[in-house]
Structures are given as structure tokens and as C-alpha cells.
Write a protein that binds this ligand. Structure first.
Ligand SMILES: Cc1ncc(C[n+]2csc(CCOP(=O)(O)OP(=O)(O)O)c2C)c(N)n1
Ligand code: SF4
Ligand SMILES: [Mg+2]
Length: 320
């Protein structure tokens, strides 16, 4: 048992030939997803694919659960220069397990990156069982959850990743309804509870940080989980060019903390400036209805979260 555990957590070569990304100059100039997909202009989840594949390189197989990103390739066309599998929303990680077992039979399970790129609806909700099973079996797969905080593809419904008070089509703003009233599920904690060797958060507005994390994940054998905040233009009610800025404001206000857990050891990756959350929220039309009390409530929760993070505590934090 102990032997298996040691085998499982060993360092592996990772990213297989890609230059380690330290500065912008190190980024692979090859695009493994080409332009011209059906995604909205300014879509941050598509940017996330582009960055993840530049970090991992051509020795990568990618599995996409049903969601907006599956529309990137529409038969008989594909923008991908790597093998890409469209999968039902509930079992992307089971497909990744099958790919892993196939590679293992050929002795290639440490020589090919398997990337599951799944939405928050697929990760937190509908595909959770398959995700949990793959982590339980300790397979060598990177699961990136591109979190746009809604079921975007089916019309912007609430998911378990939707933050407090956000307007969605299933948590509308009406006389008696103030948007989503259920605080979001703490997925990073849930994945850490699976004893994952690497769990991290990232945001598309900080590409180098994300790419470094993806590359680090590829050097650790076992199931890795990275949660990527990726603003959705229509879902967050933004204008096309506001995706990057809204991600930046989410990070710098402390609404979206960037951290890592390596073998359970917690560290903050970037100390936010702690600008008032109001600054981040006001850019997003999904919060246009908020009154001062509701904004104060979110601010208080974020302040509390950061009190814990700044003491190096991870498990006591409750997300807003
Ligand atoms: C079992 C099942 N339930 C519902 C759907 C419908 N469906 C397709 S895509 C999607 C939204 C997925 O949301 P998310 O994973 O967050 O990805 P996003 O659309 O935001 O990119 C849903 C609900 C489905 N395909 N299969
Ligand atoms: S709806 Fe959102 S996630 Fe879907 S393609 Fe458009 S911007 Fe991207
Ligand atoms: Mg989503």
C-alpha cells in the first residue's frame, strides 16, 4: 500500500519537451487550437484551452465534456492540432480513465498528457461521480475545470459554482428573488479530500500563473485538479472586451483567490490588492441589482476568507 502510494506521487518528466514557462518569451508560439471556433468573441474559456495546450504541447490528448467548449470542433471541422474527444457531460473523467488504461497497456502513461477540460456544470454537478472515481483510482490525468460559474451552453442556468446573489436564468431578479442565494460549493476542498497530490486555482487573466500551474501538474504523477476562473461574456453580462478585466478585478478584490496545494501544503500564489469587491461586481451586469447591504455581505465574506488564507489556513474557509 505504502509502496503504491510512493509510486503514485513520483515526479515524472511532464509537459514532454515543452519549455518551462517562466516569462512570456518562453511561451510556445505554436497554437494547438486555431482561430475561428463558434465560441463568442472574447470568450475566456477558449483562451484557457489555448493557454493549457501551449503549456502542455503536442503530446497531449484532450477530453471535453459537453458544454460551450464542445462547439469548438463541429464535425467534420476541427480547430485542434492534438487528439480531442467530445464526451457526454457526465463522464469526461471516465473517458480519461479509459485513455489512461490504454496508454498504460502500451507503457505510455507517463509519456502523454491527458487533459480533461470540463465546465463547472460538468465538474461540480453532472460529471462529479466520474471525476471522483478517477481521483479515487489515482490515475495520471489533469482535470482543468474552466469555471464560468454557470451552465452557459444551455442558457446561463445556476450551477453549484455560481456565487452568491449572481443573476442567472434560474435565479432571476424579481420582486422576491435576489439572484442565487446558495453559496458556492468549495470544490478545491472536495478535491483535496480525495488526497490529490496537486490542487490549484487560476484565472485566464493571469496566463503565466495558469500555464506554470498546468506544467507543474504535468510533472506530478496522479490525478491533478486546477480550477480556472474564466469569465463568460453573455453569462456575466459583459461587453466583449471586458472578459480579461473582470477576471483581473475578481482576483485583485480577493473574490477569486489564487493558491496551490502541493501534497496538501497550502500556499497563496498571488497576494491580491484587496480593492473593494464593489469595483469587481459593478463591471458585471449579473450583479447590477445588488444593493449596498448585499455588497457589504459579500465584502465581509471575502474579508473573512482572506483572514484565514493569510494565516495559512485552508480548511476553515467558507466561500461566498
Ligand atoms: C446529462 C446531461 N444533462 C444536461 C445536458 C445539457 N447540457 C449540455 S451542455 C450543458 C451546460 C454545461 O455547463 P458547463 O459544464 O458549466 O459548461 P459551459 O456550458 O458553461 O461551457 C448542459 C446542461 C447534457 N448534455 N447531459
Ligand atoms: S456563452 Fe460564454 S463560455 Fe460559452 S462560448 Fe460564449 S463566452 Fe464562451
Ligand atoms: Mg459553466
Amino acid at each position: 500500500m505504502v509502496e503504491l502510494e510512493q509510486e503514485s506521487r513520483q515526479k515524472i518528466s511532464g509537459s514532454l519537451g515543452q519549455k518551462p514557462v517562466q516569462t512570456i518569451k518562453d511561451i510556445d508560439t505554436e497554437d494547438y487550437i486555431k482561430a475561428g471556433t463558434f465560441a463568442c468573441s472574447g470568450c475566456q474559456p477558449v483562451l484557457g484551452i489555448k493557454l493549457a495546450l501551449k503549456a502542455l504541447g503536442k503530446n497531449t490528448i484532450m477530453v471535453n465534456s459537453s458544454g460551450c467548449m464542445t462547439l469548438t470542433a463541429t464535425y467534420p471541422f476541427t480547430p485542434y492540432k492534438i487528439p480531442w474527444v467530445h464526451n457526454a457531460i457526465e463522464n469526461a473523467d471516465s473517458t480519461a480513465s479509459g485513455i489512461f488504461m490504454g496508454l498504460k497497456r502500451k507503457g505510455l502513461e507517463k509519456k502523454v498528457n491527458i487533459l480533461v477540460y470540463a465546465g463547472d456544470g460538468a465538474t461540480y454537478d453532472i460529471g462529479f461521480q466520474a471525476l471522483s472515481g478517477m481521483f479515487d483510482r489515482f490515475e495520471n490525468v489533469i482535470h482543468v475545470c474552466y469555471n464560468n460559474e454557470i451552465f452557459a451552453n444551455t442558457g446561463y442556468q445556476r450551477s453549484a459554482a455560481t456565487p452568491l446573489f449572481a443573476r442567472t436564468t434560474t435565479t432571476p431578479i424579481e420582486k422576491k428573488s435576489r439572484g442565487n442565494l446558495i453559496p458556492r460549493k468549495h470544490m478545491a476542498k472536495i478535491m483535496m479530500a480525495h488526497d490529490s497530490p496537486y490542487v490549484a486555482t487560476a484565472c485566464t487573466s493571469y496566463p503565466l500563473d495558469f500555464m506554470k500551474k498546468v506544467q507543474k501538474a504535468s510533472t506530478i504523477y496522479g490525478p491533478k485538479y486546477i480550477e480556472l476562473l474564466a469569465p463568460c461574456i453573455p453569462g456575466w453580462i459583459l461587453s466583449t472586451e471586458q472578459g480579461r478585466k473582470s477576471g483581473e478585478l475578481s482576483v485583485q478584490s480577493g473574490l477569486w483567490p489564487l493558491y496551490e496545494l502541493e501534497n496538501g501544503k497550502f500556499s497563496v500564489s498571488m497576494q491580491p490588492k484587496m480593492i473593494p469587491v464593489k469595483e469587481a461586481l459593478k463591471m458585471q451586469g449579473r450583479y447590477a441589482h445588488l444593493n449596498d447591504e448585499e455588497i457589504d455581505e459579500i465584502q465581509e465574506m471575502v474579508n473573512k476568507e482572506w483572514e484565514s488564507y493569510n494565516k495559512g489556513e485552508f480548511w476553515t474557509v467558507h466561500e461566498y
